[in-house]
Design a protein around this ligand. Structure first.
Ligand code: GDP
Length: 363
């Protein structure tokens, strides 16, 4: 399962967001929602195509793709030195694929800001610095090890040592590992360091209800930071999301329309996370079940089949594939087959987003 870690300073709206996400999961029809533990929630990935397939096939059950969200609270200034609940939280971040960094972009005198004022740029810096400091620890440890090994005169080790030295300087300059240029030679020295500041970041700007359509200067500040490093920004109002998460699908659409919004912030956040992680969806569609499956872009058919079951991958023969558009236009698997729109794809086939697939395999 793919994991997103929700981080941010205290009182920026992380729990409100997380609870809304968990509720959205619980509310979605037919979804076997489970709270793995109070801080972990499995959230369905909203997908219009899945709904359309459900209408066409009318299966016994419909199962969406999911992403796991983890509420990583407690990150404060000094966490890398063990302040707050420091180190434990930082180690949770190590396990996530994507960091969702919630930034407070709303004014509210009743909600205390730990740093005394609303200042997204400073807040982002604080969190980033903690990640960088933690990374420095890891990299310095690696440096010491390599230094010892380098006495043997191994050229590869010497090259790695050089890279790690550059990385230390880079981090000491206050720059994240994400922005460190790794060429192919230095890749080796870089991987298995599992650096926190190397993880992709999605900024989630929590704005007040009145700013949810047009944003504000705080959001602009976050956007300009994100643009500099090629990161994405999603704007939402945690308070509104908390309300929406309690509604059923129809009420939700009405509420959003009234607010002048096309999609809920949660839906946009989930979709942005999915894209940011380089994930795509393929479908299986039969009378028993219509289901969305998650794979990385570039995955070949046998490995895509392996997501369902390892036997599917091992015994893979071919994949009968219909594009979602053809399936929708023609209305059924049979109609697509009759129209010659069902392709026989082999082991080398790179699965495309929206493919509706039926795997043939040896047992
Ligand atoms: P966390 O510490 O980051 O998990 O923050 P919480 O989600 O617990 O929120 C802290 C406080 O801010 C709570 O009292 C929330 O009700 C409030 N809050 C969260 N989002 C918003 C928002 O969009 N607008 C306003 N005015 N208050 C919010």
């Amino acid at each position: 399962n793919l994991k997103c870690g929700i981080v941010g300073l205290p009182n920026v709206g992380k729990s409100t967001l997380f609870n809304a996400l968990s509720n959205a999961g619980a509310e979605s029809a037919n979804f076997p929602f489970c709270t793995i533990d109070p801080n972990v929630g499995l959230v369905p990935v909203p997908d219009e195509r899945l709904k359309k397939l459900e209408l066409l096939v009318d299966p016994k059950q419909t199962i969406p793709a999911t992403i796991e969200f983890v509420d990583i609270a407690g990150l404060v200034k000094g966490a890398s030195e063990g302040k707050g609940k420091g180190n434990a939280f930082l180690s949770h971040i190590r396990e996530v694929d994507l960091i969702v960094h919630v930034v407070r972009c709303f004014d509210d005198d009743d909600i205390i800001h730990v740093e005394g004022s609303v200042d997204p740029e400073r807040d982002i810096r604080i969190i980033e610095d903690e990640l960088i400091l933690k990374d420095l620890e890891s990299v310095e440890k690696r440096y010491d090890n390599l230094k010892k090994q380098s006495k043997s005169g191994d050229k590869k080790i010497a090259a790695q040592l050089e890279t790690v030295e550059k990385l230390i300087n880079h981090l000491q300059d206050g720059q994240t590992a994400r922005t460190f240029d790794t060429d192919r030679d230095s890749e080796e020295a870089f991987k298995d360091l599992f650096l926190l500041s190397a993880k992709p970041v999605l900024y989630a700007c929590n704005v007040s209800e009145s700013d949810v359509n047009d944003g504000n200067a705080y959001v602009d500040a976050v956007t300009s930071i994100a643009d500099e490093f090629g990161d994405e920004v999603v704007m939402f109002c945690a308070k509104i999301e908390a309300e929406i998460a309690e509604l059923d699908e129809e009420e939700k659409q009405m509420f959003l329309e009234e607010m002048g919004l096309k999609k809920s912030g949660l839906d946009r956040l989930i979709q942005a996370a999915y894209q940011n992680l380089g994930l795509i969806t393929y479908f299986t569609a039969g009378p028993k079940e219509v289901r969305a499956w998650t794979i990385r872009e570039g995955t070949r058919a046998p490995q895509a089949a392996g997501v369902i079951h390892t036997d599917f991958e091992k015994g893979f023969i071919r994949a009968e594939t219909i594009s979602f558009n053809d399936y929708e236009t023609l209305g059924s698997e049979k109609a697509a087959r009759d129209a010659g729109k069902m392709r026989q794809e082999g082991k080398e086939y790179v699965v495309k987003d929206g493919d509706v697939m039926l795997f043939r395999f040896n047992v």
